[in-house]
Design a protein around this ligand. Sequence first.
Ligand code: ZN
Length: 320
Amino acid sequence: MVSSITVTALRSCSTTIAVNPLEMRHNRSKIGSTPDSVAAALAVWVTFPSVLLDLKTPLSVYAVMESIDTELAARIRQDILLGSYSEGERLSEAQLCETHDVSRTPIRLALRLLEREGVIRRRKGRGYMVQSPTVEDIVQAVEVRGHLESLAARLMAQESNRLNYLPKMQRAMEKLDASINELTRIGRLNDYVTRQAQTANKEFHSTILASCGNDYVNYTCQQISHLPMLAVGSMVFDRSVDDTPDQFERGIFRLRLGNAQHQVICEAIEDGDPVRAEGMMREHSHTMIEYIQTFEKRDKSLTVADLVAFSGADSLPPTA
Ligand SMILES: [Zn+2]
């Protein structure tokens, strides 16, 4: 499954990720048959879900931003999402200390963080157990994010200072347009260009979340952003669009449709039309769920690890 999909932004990170050799070694040993490039990609995504994909920033910069317990939590979360532990499996603190070569204190802090995320749960007198999210959990979280983003669009349309942020949204749409034009010119998927598209999409969405006037909307989005496909501005790319010219055309069409929806949202906000802004954002956000459903139809045994690979972004049809 993962082989037909690529995690674009992250794949090309393999050189920068080398700044963290410990993590690379760990990922290789855990992921096993997963190609190193994808393993590296997944490592970056899971470690930095909310800042992901800004590949111009050296990873070392991100690394110093993260504390040891946050980084440990990212590693353990990654192992859980990739299926290295079975559901309900007990997490041994001693074993985790040995695996990650750290003391108990940061491991305990990391486990508390993961408990708050709902990735593990505490059992009375028995330590922590794995509670890995399912594909259905991801779908539910995407639904929640869709409502939060719709709410943000509605609130922003009612903000008196909304016009100040429109140029930023306009620039993001122009960048996305330029990326789509470039893909059309190339005639096939291209990692660098799709990464640019993803960055532009993130700029558009994060501007609305940050400018809606209600900090809890953005904050709540961040609380679920550690899950695959839940980072703000996440896009899904399906390699299969490269199979035939027809599929590629359809992929390009979806990209253009997504950016046309951005335009409608932007205009509704400019006009101070909260109902239209909210409705269009809801439709725009729902695309992600349609993609997951499409992937499920194609592969009945779709796993969260597959979704991690999809959400890393590469190739065509984006969503949200
Ligand atoms: Zn979008």
